[in-house]
Design a protein around this ligand. Structure first.
Ligand SMILES: *Cc1c(COP(=O)(O)O)cnc(C)c1O
Length: 423
């Protein structure tokens, strides 16, 4: 067969794009060569519906070993009692949990998308807002932080079946302990979606949701630095606190309900090549190198936030506990779209993002979101954050000066050529 030059040339082009630019999208990262290698393997050929030892297809002896290792490693990494590593993505993990634990029409309470939440936490354009009845909490207008007592008042009023915590653009840690008290008071289940801060939580740098939440979901490709994918975990709540029943009326263990939420509930065959890559990434995340890495991600984010504030940029909540920050550009007379468009011309990738109480549409927005997970993988340290903020500020202060933006682009490309990404 002839090689598909069209596609492979495009892949080469994307590789060059990733190597030559400054990657500041908060949800992105760069996987190691062995994670990449595991994904591009013959495991993609194998059907393995079901779970290790309980498959609907023959010939699963090898993938059973791989998936069991992935489960063992993630349990060790997070101190989880139970895990399902099959969700194809973070959104799929959330869909599986909701299908398993809720009935259509049940009320859910999540963090407002326009304040930094995620589509799958009840947005009207997503399954979660169409199948379930959503209610939301947000941040305090003055502090930019979630007021946990206020969440308690909203929960008491709304009486949700499920409370969801976690976000895509919230730079502060979560009070899982108080959220669990709120959930218990209101007879609700509590789910944490740690898609963004998973790498910090794994290494105990941020609060541990597994101690308090009935269920924890995450992606594997953000701060956890694995392949694109999702997973579901439980800390200790194996019991079924509300007597949730199967369609046939039998009371089941939560773990077994959640397994069925993934398959046959929302997915077919698992991606065993991705599960192998997840297992590799989990092993990496257990290493001393990863601990050093994730600490540096946090140091870099703090440095970056501090530098932006020094230059007069408004950071929501005035700082960060994790890898990301949300910047309100209104004081600079810029919107998110203008910032994103100007920065990409300098090979600096960020994303435009709604800020709390935004007066612009999601296509324009008043803010931008940045994160340090990818540039830290690349090898950049605190002093480099000073330079990054300098370059971004030059572009944003001169968005109509094409010559200047081209100079910044050249500087970015020269700089990044000193940090090779791929072998
Ligand atoms: C990124 C993210 C997801 C979705 O992950 P996908 O893999 O893109 O489906 C879910 N929840 C939160 C909070 C996220 O940030």
């Amino acid at each position: 067969m002839q090689q598909d030059h069209i596609i492979f040339d495009l892949i080469k082009k994307e590789r060059t794009r990733q190597e030559s630019g400054l990657e500041l999208i908060a949800s992105e990262n760069f996987v190691s060569q062995q994670v990449l290698d595991a994904m591009g393997t013959v495991l993609t050929n194998k059907y393995a519906e079901g779970l290790p030892g309980k498959r609907y297809y023959g010939g699963c002896e090898v993938v059973d070993e791989i998936e069991t290792l992935a489960i063992d490693r993630i349990r060790e990494l997070f101190g989880a009692e139970w895990a399902n590593v099959q969700p194809h993505s973070g959104a799929q993990a959330n869909a599986a949990v909701m299908l398993a634990l809720l009935k259509p029409g049940d009320k859910i309470l999540g963090f407002d998308l326009s304040h930094g939440g995620h589509l799958t936490h009840g947005s009207p354009v997503n399954f979660s807002g169409k199948l379930y009845q959503p209610a939301f909490y947000g941040v305090d207008k003055n502090t930019g932080r979630i007021d946990w007592d206020e969440v308690g008042r909203i929960a008491a009023r709304e009486k949700p079946k499920l409370i969801i915590c976690g976000a895509s653009a919230y730079s502060r840690d979560w009070n899982y302990k108080q959220l669990r008290e709120i959930a218990d008071t209101n007879q609700a289940l509590l789910m944490a979606d740690i898609a963004h801060p998973a790498g910090f939580i794994a290494r105990k740098i941020l609060e541990d949701p597994l101690k308090y939440c009935h269920v924890v979901t995450t992606t594997t490709h953000k701060t956890l630095r694995g392949p694109r994918g999702g997973l579901i975990m439980m800390g200790k709540d194996f019991e079924n606190p509300f007597g949730l029943k199967t369609p046939k009326g039998k009371i089941r263990m939560m773990s077994s309900l959640l397994d069925s939420g993934v398959f046959p509930g929302t997915q077919g065959g698992p991606l065993e090549h991705v599960i192998a890559a997840k297992a590799v990434a989990f092993q990496e995340a257990l290493s001393d190198d990863f601990l050093k890495y994730i600490r540096q991600v946090q140091k870099n984010a703090r440095k970056m936030a501090e530098q932006f504030m020094k230059k007069g940029y408004k950071i929501i909540s005035d700082g960060t506990d994790n890898h990301l920050m949300l910047i309100d550009l209104r004081s600079r007379d810029l919107n998110g779209k203008q910032a994103e468009d100007a920065l990409i011309r300098a090979d600096i990738t960020i994303n435009k993002n709604m800020v709390p109480f935004d007066d612009k549409s999601p296509f324009v927005t008043s803010g931008m979101r940045l994160g340090t997970a990818a540039v830290t993988t690349r090898g950049l340290l605190e002093d480099d954050m000073i330079k990054i903020v300098e370059l971004i500020d030059q572009v944003l202060s001169n968005i109509d000066r094409e010559g200047l933006i081209l100079d910044v682009k050249k500087e970015v490309n020269d700089w990044m050529s000193q940090y090779p990404l791929f072998k």
